[in-house]
Design a protein around this ligand. Structure first.
Ligand SMILES: Cc1cc2nc3c(=O)[nH]c(=O)nc-3n(C[C@H](O)[C@H](O)[C@H](O)COP(=O)(O)OP(=O)(O)OC[C@H]3O[C@@H](n4cnc5c(N)ncnc54)[C@H](O)[C@@H]3O)c2cc1C
Length: 334
């Protein structure tokens, strides 16, 4: 059987091979595939920007390419937009801005597909996608039945949802419906670097377009372009710790970066922890961390997936030993 390189299908640029890559353009395509499949093991692939391949994939890969953006309901204040899982997320954000629909502006420039966005409840610059989700529709792999998950059923939490936990590899999202504002947009400028940009520009009343442009510009200065330097954005989640633990760390590290969550915990900057373990100066087998953002592990040459994985585990071990904090991967490792 002819082998296909997955190098162009993952943002780390890892050259593993697959034997069966199937393009999925509709829900009917999913059902047709499921009815003929021989076993349950499949890989659902979007843009491949949150995956680390460490080995060849010898089971079917469903490449989700379901298109379509449709307004299904609206009133004077809000609009419901139904989007195919294979649409590009960033294109959707700019489409919403052009139509003056608010809610996605802080989430601009996040790579990947619309259907993957709810899986880890994508978030950036003070917003998470769950704030605008109406529902997610899809199909169970086991029995081909369709289900619409309303927002509560999606069980969204920080960088997670039911689709990343109980339903991981069990349910294929085919469509996402978003509730966006048409007026009285809820402009969110809480995020520090966004606030600083607005202060520098003397802008006290930004539009959703301004927010998207500023966030895009901040991101392009800070994050490497994965088309040039392989990466998958943040490799780990920012850990949540209790107040007592934070106090203890502060005794020896007064400059630790943290902020209080809505609950009783504190979110610690994983980038700060990694940088403080010296990883900006370490490179092994063409793997290191980005100089401007230590949470982003990069493929600085022709690194293998397993080298990136080993480097990530070295980071995990060092952070655990130095701070007694366990980092949890945000990236899906295969
Ligand atoms: C430079 C860079 C910056 C990033 N910045 C951010 C950021 O600011 N915030 C953030 O949250 N993330 C960020 N990410 C991570 C990534 O962009 C998001 O997680 C994105 O939603 C992944 O989309 P994808 O289509 O590439 O998913 P993939 O990598 O293809 O898949 C991710 C997971 O979802 C599963 N999956 C994919 N599609 C479906 C589907 N239709 N149904 C069921 N399961 C599916 C896959 O099997 C896999 O487990 C960044 C990544 C990069 C490279």
């Amino acid at each position: 059987m002819k082998k296909i390189s997955l190098k162009q299908y993952n943002s780390f640029g890892i050259d593993v091979k697959a034997t069966n890559l199937i393009s999925i353009e509709s829900e009917i395509d999913i059902i047709n595939f499921l009815e003929k499949k021989k076993n349950d093991k499949i890989l659902i692939l979007g843009g491949g920007t949150n995956i680390l391949f460490t080995k060849d994939i010898d089971y079917p890969i469903l490449k989700i390419e379901i298109k379509g953006i449709e307004i299904i309901n609206e009133d004077e204040d809000e609009v419901l937009v139904s989007v195919g899982a294979g649409e590009n997320w960033n294109d959707l954000v700019w489409w919403s801005i052009e139509n003056n629909f608010g809610g996605l502006e802080n989430l601009v420039s996040i790579p990947g597909n619309v259907g993957s966005a709810p899986i880890q409840n994508i978030g950036a610059y003070g917003k998470e996608i769950n704030e605008v989700i109406e529902n997610c529709r899809g199909i169970f792999i086991k029995n081909s039945t369709m289900k619409i998950f309303n927002k509560d059923e999606c069980k969204f939490s920080y960088r997670s949802s039911i689709f990343k936990e109980e339903l991981k590899d069990k349910f294929i999202i085919s469509n996402v419906t978003l509730r966006l504002t048409k007026r009285n947009h809820k402009i969110n400028t809480e995020y520090k670097s966004l606030q600083n940009t607005l202060i520098q520009r003397g802008d006290t009343n930004p539009s959703i377009k301004n927010i998207a442009e500023f966030v895009h510009s901040i991101r392009s200065n800070k994050l490497p372009n994965y088309k040039k330097i392989g990466n998958a954005g943040s490799f780990f989640k920012n850990p949540l710790i209790k107040k007592d633990k934070l106090k203890e760390i502060r005794l020896s590290c007064p400059d630790i970066v943290s902020h209080k969550t809505k609950g009783s915990e504190y979110k610690i900057s994983a980038a700060w922890l990694i940088e403080n373990c010296g990883f900006k100066k370490i490179e092994v087998n063409n793997v290191t961390v980005h100089k401007k953002q230590a949470l982003v592990i990069i493929n600085s040459g022709n690194a293998k997936g397993i080298d990136i994985y080993n480097f990530s585990q070295k980071i995990k071990k060092t952070v655990r030993e130095k701070f007694d904090i366990l980092l949890e991967e945000e990236v899906n490792i295969l």
